[in-house]
Write a protein that binds this ligand. Structure first.
Ligand code: PGA
Length: 236
């Protein structure tokens, strides 16, 4: 594991964007796995800057997002589809029809999960997966559990996740209690993984995940088994 520690969020964002842009430069038709949350925002704005400067072309890229809230449609301003459209997809030349986010409004969420995995597989899997980490150690919405779940599945959100994410909603009770999330199989089959974590609040859980036992109660610890992981942590 390549563990990079930087002083500022600005540095983290630049480095993460450089890695993603390098991936797209090396393989223009690559498959990117993308993440939501506060941490990737700076990465996305650096990617947009590089696109505006003419340094990168996303027109052949396909993307798969990690997760989506159950019950929020794509126009809801807290849905992850909306987040991605607003913060990245509408600002670069990726083709909208090549951007995939699980559908949290699907009538049959189990079938939606299966179809999502099939779709990822049909593109040959993910070349570079971007991840954040939750304060409970989640990646995507793979919450602490007795087992690691392989497939895309419905996750019951942890109280700590609901609390953390309530900052984006009017109140805690408005936060959806479930999400549909990519499972560990598609994440671990990604050729490269880039995990970004920002600030002191993430240090303990990050280091438990990197150095502690591999334990589904710390979902990110499974990344120790992956051959090509880069972690960027910014102190503030
Ligand atoms: P954050 O979320 O970037 O908003 O801290 C990370 C996560 O929950 O995966």
């Amino acid at each position: 594991m390549n563990y990079i520690i930087v002083d500022t969020y600005k540095e983290l964002s630049k480095k993460a964007a450089n890695i993603i842009v390098s991936q797209v430069t090396l393989k223009p038709n690559c498959v990117l796995g993308l993440a939501t949350g506060s941490t990737p925002l700076g990465t996305y704005s650096n990617m947009v800057e590089k696109y505006n400067a003419g340094d990168v072309d996303f027109s052949k890229v396909t993307s798969f997002n990690l997760d989506e809230y159950v019950g929020l449609d794509s126009l809801h301003n807290q849905s992850y589809r909306y987040f991605m459209n607003e913060n990245l997809f509408s600002k670069i030349n990726i083709k909208k029809e090549k951007t995939f986010v699980p559908n949290g409004m699907a009538e049959n969420l189990i079938e939606e999960g299966k179809e999502y995995d099939r779709l990822i597989e049909s593109f040959g899997g993910i070349d570079l997966q971007l991840l954040g980490i939750g304060i409970d150690g989640h990646i995507g919405f793979n919450e602490p559990d007795k087992v690691f779940t392989a497939e895309t599945h419905i996750a019951e959100l942890d109280d700590s996740t609901i609390k953390a994410n309530s900052r984006f909603f009017n109140s805690e009770k408005d936060v959806p209690k479930q999400a549909i999330t990519m499972g560990m199989k598609s994440i671990m089959r990604a050729k490269k993984i880039l995990l970004v974590a920002n600030g002191k609040g993430k240090k303990d859980i990050l280091e438990k995940a990197i150095y502690g036992p591999i334990d589904p109660m710390i979902p990110a610890s499974i990344l120790q088994l992956h051959p090509d992981v880069t972690v960027i942590f910014s102190k503030e």
